[in-house]
Design a protein around this ligand. Structure first.
Ligand code: FIX
Ligand code: ZN
Length: 421
């Protein structure tokens, strides 16, 4: 149906973005079958590492170890008091908790954390999962599956993993690239004939390891996070593993290699999982790896705001590069809007504007509520420009475009149908 007015256009875009199901291409979520790896509920929400870092800023005299020795409930109590009661929760991570509690139907005027716990603790996990997917409008999440994690590996080897079509897989291989001195020992223990100095069958055996896990978990892509000083090509273990193992296996398996670039791991080890930071990276490394391997598909996200424009331009030059998400420290309304505007202006619909990076199931609600609002706002401007220029706009085409941004571009890039469509 044609669009006849800007009021109709705005209303249609907002409703369509709100209702369109999402494929969330990078999360740390797990299906219920993975046991303890699935995190959900209010105490997990409150002890999200983003909030831990923010809480410490208001507690200059709190010894790190004192906090880490607390129970999760005690940690949650302290974070609630510090960030939600003693201060107003307008940081994005705090606001996210408020959004989730409100959308779960809790009375936010009471601010009664124990009351909230009592209401939510009664809900069985499977019902909770269904409720979160329904409220968030997320149809499919891609997990981060780590063959170097003993607990997760046991689930795959014992056949107790998987089974929920809403949770798809990605093969995460950071230890191979960022921690070879430990990774080679783990591979040896798993029966692969590898040597620390890369002698003998090491290259062949790393490829066999990757192919074994691709066969075992059927990942949509292989993924790694890389430091801000990532270089390519590079005469290093990382350079050899990429060149001689990952890229050949990606080609043979026909799956993308996802690069998440710009992390400075553990700049404050006392913060543990909250202790990572970022650094501006060399876009030249991205340019070289994608342009020199045009028969491999690359999903790339970068952690520094300063890398975003050059990453989008690099994608303009390399169709085997698909940019995704407003990652981690970029997942804030002001930066999501800035990045989404710039990306749509440079790349049109050939981009994945957002992923959630959720670690706790409930976060799907806020990360997607907040991002949908911003994506809709930007799209209203972009389609509004066309409308005011006299371009004929059709609701079906706008619906098509929005479905593309919220998942379709990903499935098209993979060359696979969306299994949930
Ligand atoms: O490497 C990653 O997948 C990062 O997303 C995580 O390490 C990070 O802690 C995170 O969850 C950011 O949102
Ligand atoms: Zn992540």
């Amino acid at each position: 149906m044609p669009i006849h007015s800007e009021e109709q256009l705005t209303a249609f875009i907002q409703e369509t973005v709100r209702r369109t199901p999402v494929t969330d291409i990078h999360t740390h979520l797990f299906a219920e079958s993975f046991g303890d790896l699935l995190l959900w509920g209010i105490d997990e929400l409150l002890t999200y590492h983003y909030l831990i870092a923010e809480m410490f800023r208001f507690k200059p005299d709190l010894a790190y170890d004192t906090f880490w020795s607390m129970s999760k409930r005690e940690q949650a109590d302290l974070i609630w008091q510090t960030l939600f009661i003693d201060n107003s929760p307008y940081s994005e991570a705090c606001r996210g908790v408020v959004t989730v509690l409100g959308r779960l139907g809790l009375d936010l005027s009471t601010r009664d954390l124990d009351g909230y716990r009592k209401q939510l603790e009664q809900i069985p996990a499977s019902e909770y999962i269904d409720r979160i997917f329904a409220l968030s409008g997320v149809r499919t999440v891609v997990m981060t599956n780590d063959p170097f994690d003993d607990y997760e590996r046991a689930h795959w080897i014992n056949g107790t993993a998987g089974g929920d079509p809403r949770f798809l897989t990605a093969l995460r291989i950071d230890p191979l690239l960022n921690g070879w001195d430990q990774a080679y020992l783990a591979l040896e223990q798993q029966g692969y004939r590898v040597a620390q100095d890369f002698s003998g069958d090491t290259v062949h055996e790393i490829r066999r390891f990757l192919k074994d896990w691709i066969g075992r978990i059927n990942p949509l892509y292989m993924a790694v996070s890389l430091p801000d000083d990532f270089a390519y090509p590079e005469a290093s273990v990382r350079g050899r593993v990429i060149e001689e193992c990952i890229l050949p296996v990606a080609r043979e398996a026909g799956i993308p290699f996802a690069l998440m670039i710009g992390v400075k791991r553990q700049v404050n080890p006392s913060l543990k999982v909250a202790g990572d930071s970022l650094g501006r990276s060399d876009i030249g490394a991205v340019e070289r790896i994608v342009s020199r391997n045009q028969d491999v598909k690359f999903l790339v996200t970068m952690l520094s705001r300063e890398n975003q424009h050059e990453l989008a331009v690099t994608a303009r030059k390399n169709r085997n590069l698909l940019v995704f998400g407003c990652w981690w420290f970029l997942n804030n309304p002001s930066l999501i809007e800035e990045m989404t505007r710039m990306r749509l202006e440079l790349l049109g619909g050939s981009v994945i504007p957002q992923h959630s990076d959720c670690r706790i199931l409930d976060q799907l609600i806020y990360k997607w509520d907040h991002s949908r609002t911003i994506i809709a706002k930007v799209l209203c401007d972009k389609y509004g420009d066309l409308f005011r220029a006299g371009w004929r706009l059709e609701e079906e085409e706008i619906r098509r475009d929005i479905a593309n941004l919220l998942g379709g571009a990903f499935w098209s890039f993979l060359g696979k149908p969306d299994p949930a469509a």
